[in-house]
Design a protein around this ligand. Structure first.
Ligand SMILES: Cc1ncc(COP(=O)(O)O)c(C=O)c1O
Length: 393
């Protein structure tokens, strides 16, 4: 359990201070990168556990992993936090910590697809059933609970379709039945959504995205409240999970600049959206910070900011025209993930995996991650793309 807190300071100050203590670290500003497996014990009493020692074995924590988990606990106001080798692994480890064979988990239909694949594959094989629910269901989720439901997984907004969930309403009905509430909070991060403060028990982040911020590390984090922590640390330890020290260090380093990066991502998104709104082919923009977005009221109530990922709908056109749009981009890279300093474009098809709330939007969904480039260059790139799309239509 972590006791070091910086919450008497403002967020910018907290991000500078959290997860480090120069006085305990030879005066160096940053924590050491400790490469370790074996830890040598001072004497038999320490080896036997009669005398306390913080470190026992590299897999079970080092000063480097402590620095990042301390920071996560501090920023998320959590009882404990663990690091995982990827964001997806943070989702699956968190799920495994609160279900056993014979249980049922409620899963938002808008969930990140590989998390869904885990539920439909490995989890099913283990004897755990998954019930998908409409992300907009709110407290109505109660009517879908079964006697064996032990956990409710949320993700807000959905990372392709951007539905905002009423997490406090869902958590209130889930907690009446002693269920564990999980949230994939990667889009907003701990800076823009206080997951545990809104009733979540296990707050998950794909640190690969904004925490790292440079598209060069895979890592996940799970922050737990007091109730969820014992099962989480047991599951994490039992699975033998460990993240390499250089990657942990880079995630901690990314945290220092996360707030200013997020502010710039959002500012850049708004410039790009303003331009997209003038294009005849764009029929809808999915970004909860926009007043026109159906999730805006809850976003405004519960979130304190918006980040760099959003989608828009292009009116129906040919496959050739879509290819022309994407193939003309010079600045928007085509590739998975998001949250780095660079802009990205993808064309997912949500209708392929929905079961509880079918995706019926007419037209093509385009997802953009807006990076830290100058937005006039990004808009020129998009403009060239739209010209190519029109020429090919
Ligand atoms: C919302 C969301 N959660 C989890 C993940 C998984 O993270 P990782 O790629 O680090 O496994 C992703 C990756 O794109 C994501 O978009």
């Amino acid at each position: 359990m972590n006791e070091k807190r910086t919450n008497h300071y403002k967020t910018d100050t907290r991000l500078v201070l959290t997860g480090r203590n120069s006085h305990e670290n030879g005066g160096f500003v940053n924590p050491q990168v400790v490469h370790a497996s074996t830890v040598l014990f001072e004497d038999m009493a320490t080896l036997r556990g009669e005398k306390k020692s913080r470190y026992k074995y590299g897999r079970r924590g080092t000063p480097t992993t402590d620095a990042l988990t301390d920071a996560i606990c501090d920023l998320e106001n959590a009882a404990g936090a663990v690091l995982t080798p990827s964001g997806l692994n943070a989702c699956t480890t968190a799920i495994l910590s609160c279900v056993k064979s014979g249980d049922n988990i409620m899963m938002t239909d808008s969930v990140y697809e590989p998390t869904r694949d885990f539920c439909d594959g490995l989890l099913k094989d283990m004897g755990v059933t998954t019930t998908y629910y409409d992300p907009l269901i709110g407290a109505g989720i109660e009517s879908l609970f079964s006697n064996n439901t032990t956990a409710v997984f949320t993700e807000a907004p959905g990372s392709q379709t951007f539905e905002i969930q009423d997490i406090p309403a869902i958590a209130a009905v889930a907690h009446k039945r002693n269920m564990t509430v999980l949230m994939d909070n990667t889009w907003a991060t701990a800076l823009y959504y206080d997951a545990l403060g809104h009733g979540v028990d296990l707050s998950i982040q794909a640190g690969t995205k904004y925490m790292v911020g440079h598209a060069d590390v895979m890592i996940g984090t799970i922050a737990a409240n007091k109730k969820a922590w014992p099962n989480l640390i047991k599951t994490h330890g039992g699975l033998g999970l460990h993240v390499a020290p250089d990657d942990v260090y880079l995630a901690l380093r990314g945290l220092r600049t996360m707030k200013i990066r997020l502010e710039q991502h959002h500012k850049n998104v708004m410039d790009v959206i303003e331009w997209l709104q003038t294009q005849d082919e764009v029929t809808r923009i999915l970004y909860p910070a926009l007043e026109s977005d159906p999730g805006h009221a809850i976003w405004k109530r519960d979130f304190t900011g918006a980040t760099g990922l959003f989608s828009f709908i292009l009116s129906p056109t040919s496959e050739i025209a879509i290819r022309a749009l994407f193939d003309s981009f010079e600045l928007f890279g085509m590739g998975f993930s998001w949250g780095g300093y660079e802009s990205l474009a993808l064309q997912p098809d949500p209708s392929k995996c929905r079961t509880a709330r079918p995706w019926t939007e007419d037209g093509h969904l385009v997802r953009l991650h807006i990076g830290l480039e100058d937005t006039s260059d990004l808009i020129t790139d998009l403009d060239n793309g739209f010209k190519a799309l029109r020429a090919a239509s």
